[in-house]
Write a protein that binds this ligand. Structure first.
Ligand code: GLN
Length: 201
């Protein structure tokens, strides 16, 4: 729980991928980003960070870095107790099960995710979809996106792509198969910052 008037300090996993865009988006949404590359970075000034963003990029590469930096277990333990937002590769890292091909994951989000489910890089797309968030349709930038093929009963779908969940929430976990940090609309990051502020887990 962050104190009123204090900017929430949100970690951004910065091993690979578009973490700089997330840091900028978090700042615009009223949070203080803090780059995380080692287990020690999960704390700053002797205090635990308030939440975590796992960015897009290449989940297999991130996984290798997580393991070689000794961060896989520490990050899993952190994200189990703090609001966490995974986008694209980050959503893959959060999922309970990863397919196409199968790979290790943190297993926090009750969802099954199929990687690169919409084709290769050339099939990346910008779409607009209805969302349960206030303010009308949401721009969604997809880059070699995964598809969420199954979700558990506690997972709420906030937006869809072709009938599959594209933005989901499970308590204080948020996951997007697209890249909200690459659009100018900050509704998704604001939603996450609100989750962090309310300190829900
Ligand atoms: N295709 C990537 C993966 O499987 C995800 C792409 C992205 O994060 N934009 O990890």
């Amino acid at each position: 729980m962050t104190k009123e008037g204090e900017l929430p300090r949100i970690g951004v996993l910065a091993l690979q991928g578009d973490y700089a865009a997330h840091a900028a988006a978090l700042r615009e949404a009223g949070a203080q980003p803090s780059l995380v590359k080692t287990p020690d970075d999960l704390r700053r000034d002797g205090q635990s960070l308030d939440g975590m963003v796992l960015p897009g990029g290449e989940s297999t590469t991130m996984l290798k870095f997580l393991e070689s930096h000794g961060l896989f277990e520490a990050l899993g333990a952190f994200c189990r107790t703090r609001p966490t937002f995974g986008t694209c590769a980050g959503a893959i890292l959060l999922a309970r099960e990863v397919r196409h091909p199968a790979q290790r994951s943190l297993g926090l989000l009750d969802a099954v995710v199929e990687r690169n489910a919409y084709g290769r890089q050339i099939d990346s797309a910008i779409l607009h979809a209805e969302t349960t968030l206030d303010g009308g349709p949401l721009e969604m930038v997809f880059i070699r996106a995964p598809r969420i093929v199954e979700v558990g009963p506690n997972v709420e779908t906030l937006a869809l792509r072709e009938g599959s969940p594209a933005l989901v929430r499970q308590g204080a976990l948020l996951a997007a198969t697209f890249h909200p940090e690459l659009s100018s609309d900050r509704r998704v990051h604001r939603l996450f910052v609100d989750l962090v502020k309310s300190g829900r887990t």
